[in-house]
Design a protein around this ligand. Structure first.
Ligand SMILES: Cc1cc2nc3c(=O)[nH]c(=O)nc-3n(C[C@H](O)[C@H](O)[C@H](O)COP(=O)(O)O)c2cc1C
Length: 208
């Protein structure tokens, strides 16, 4: 087992909300001692759709320095944290496309036995955050992943209120605030802690 634990935060964000949660997840993973990679999935929307939306256009330009996610980022990591906005109660298609390209590494068993968790952002409180996160978690089951949701395992979770994963309601017009960002940091920290403990357990000599 290599040290330290490696974490890849892979996300899609059109207008910056999920991007902010992704940066917070990176902070939480680093605080837990992890090596990290922040990666955005490839944008698939046509230029005319992006340029017609000032927020979307501005966010694309503001994140040109973020590297595009590759399959190597998945196979490299011990902890994989996904972030995707809710689209009609489901994962944004740009993110789904990234998942749909993972067949080759899945077939080689390279996605199994990692720790996985996910976060999201939606317009409204009941707009489908849980269904989006559960959709991602379903994919992790197919990969043989170890799904580590935050649950109500820390005081911040009682403030954020979402045991499935860090989430933000963007309909009020503001970006993720202190509670949402803290929840994302905590979720990533917990995922790294568990992956690190699992690695230590696997490396330990058998007790008998
Ligand atoms: C095509 C489309 C579908 C959406 N569907 C939902 C939805 O089902 N429920 C919801 O609450 N918000 C929905 N939204 C809003 C986004 O989830 C929300 O604005 C989110 O915070 C965007 O995250 P981002 O800033 O990281 O792109 C939708 C937005 C788009 C463009």
């Amino acid at each position: 087992m290599h040290e330290p634990t490696r974490t890849a935060v892979i996300y899609y964000s059109a207008t910056g909300n999920v991007h902010r949660l992704a940066e917070a997840a990176i902070e939480g993973a680093r605080k837990a001692g992890s090596e990290t990679r922040l990666r955005k999935v490839r944008e698939l929307a046509p230029d005319h759709a992006i340029s017609a939306n000032d927020s979307w256009n501005a966010h694309v330009e503001a994140t040109t320095d973020v590297s595009t996610a590759q399959l190597d980022d998945l196979t490299w990591a011990d902890v994989v944290i996904f972030g995707a906005p809710t689209r009609y109660g489901n994962v944004a298609s740009q993110f789904q496309q990234f998942l749909d390209l993972t067949g080759p590494v899945w077939a080689e068993g390279k996605l199994a036995n990692k720790v996985y968790t996910a976060f999201t952002s939606s317009q409204t409180p009941h707009g489908g955050q849980e269904s989006t996160l559960l959709s991602l978690y379903t994919t992790f089951y197919h990969w043989g992943g170890i799904v580590v949701p935050p649950g109500f395992t820390d005081p911040v979770q009682f403030r954020s209120g979402n045991p499935y994963g860090a989430s933000h309601v963007s309909g009020g017009g503001s970006f993720p605030g202190d509670t949402e960002l803290e929840a994302a940091r905590y979720q990533a920290h917990r995922a790294v802690d568990i992956a690190t403990a699992l690695a230590a357990g696997f490396a330990a000599p058998a007790a008998h």
